[in-house]
Design a protein around this ligand. Structure first.
Ligand code: GDP
Length: 297
């Protein structure tokens, strides 16, 4: 198990409880613990370095009030800096879906939870915002994935684009747009094909789909347990396709969510939602406070 940062810092600062301000030495000692805690939480090394540097500057010389110990003071500074770094948009859960029908493109690696998230999102838009939603799978390589989306669509009471064999991803996207326009839908969500690893063919295909429909939102779905890989995936998709936000799945697992911080710091793109389970209602708006608390342990 992870050792919690409060415990670590508690130990480091035990001898210094009575001190009035944090000295450069105290802070340096504390930062070693912060660094280890962040690395254990799977935050990428360059981001850890940048973060520690920032917090170190902020903490040095900070007054320690009587009501808290120096350890608690450092934790507060670290926590606030994490929240600031993680926070993206004021309202990450509100998607840009005016001008119906608004296309939303779901992208990501195979197994990241893309199809599940597409259906969860459709359910959320239908239930909370009373939108008419159309779901379409562009995964021409895996007929089972298309069928899975149709099953999930039925489960959440959202229409799916009828499956037609032999079409290209772009053709399916155009058909979805047409059906959404003619059928009076507010939103159509395109679930693109994933691969086990990033490859040029996949990126080209997603870029072509993007050009065909001009999505209002392009959401990258990443497995929150994959730390370093998540950062590479986010950088690659953002460079080749352009993303408007990230959905972190499997945040119901044991992971500490360091990927959230790394992706945010590296790509600058906001985390919009988190997936908290396999069920269709297990999708929540991203909250920086919650993830910060989790990263600190
Ligand atoms: P895709 O290949 O990216 O479309 O991935 P799927 O949507 O098929 O998801 C792969 C597996 O991950 C399925 O068994 C999902 O039920 C599961 N899954 C998706 N999101 C979550 C999540 O937030 N938490 C958990 N525990 N499982 C998830």
């Amino acid at each position: 198990m992870f050792e919690n940062l409060s415990e670590r810092l508690g130990g480091v600062f035990e001898r210094l409880t009575k001190q009035g301000a944090l000295s450069a030495d105290d802070v340096r000692t504390a930062m070693r613990e912060v660094r280890t805690a962040l690395l254990e939480a799977d935050v990428s090394l360059p981001v850890v370095r940048e973060f520690v540097k920032k917090v170190e500057a902020e903490a040095t010389g900070a007054r320690v009030t009587k009501s808290v110990t120096p350890g608690q003071q450092v934790i507060k500074i670290v926590h606030d800096a994490l929240v600031q770094m993680l926070a993206g948009e004021d309202d990450p859960g509100t998607l840009k879906i005016d001008n119906p029908p608004a296309p939303i493109l779901m992208v990501g690696l195979q197994g990241s939870g893309k199809t599940t998230t597409a259906a969860k999102l459709a359910r959320r838009l239908k239930e909370r915002e009373k939108k008419r939603v159309l779901l379409a799978s562009l995964d021409i390589y895996r007929p089972a994935a298309m069928e899975q989306l149709a099953i999930l669509g039925t489960q959440v009471g959202v229409d799916t684009l009828p499956i037609v064999a032999g079409e290209s991803a772009v053709q399916i996207a155009r058909r979805a747009k047409q059906m959404a326009t003619l059928g009076g839908y507010d939103v159509y969500i395109l679930d693109t094909a994933g691969r086990l690893q990033i490859d040029a063919v996949l990126m080209d295909e997603v870029a072509q789909v993007r050009d065909a429909v001009s999505p209002r939102e392009t959401l990258l779905v990443v497995d929150g347990l994959t730390g370093q890989v998540a950062v590479e995936v986010a950088e690659e998709f953002d460079a080749k396709v352009g993303i408007s936000g990230v959905v972190l799945t499997r945040m119901d697992g044991d992971g500490r969510g360091g990927a959230a911080l790394s992706m945010r710091a590296t790509t600058g793109k906001p985390i919009r939602f988190v997936g908290l389970g396999e069920k269709m209602d297990a999708l929540e708006t991203f909250e920086a406070e919650r993830i910060a608390g989790r990263i600190l342990g």
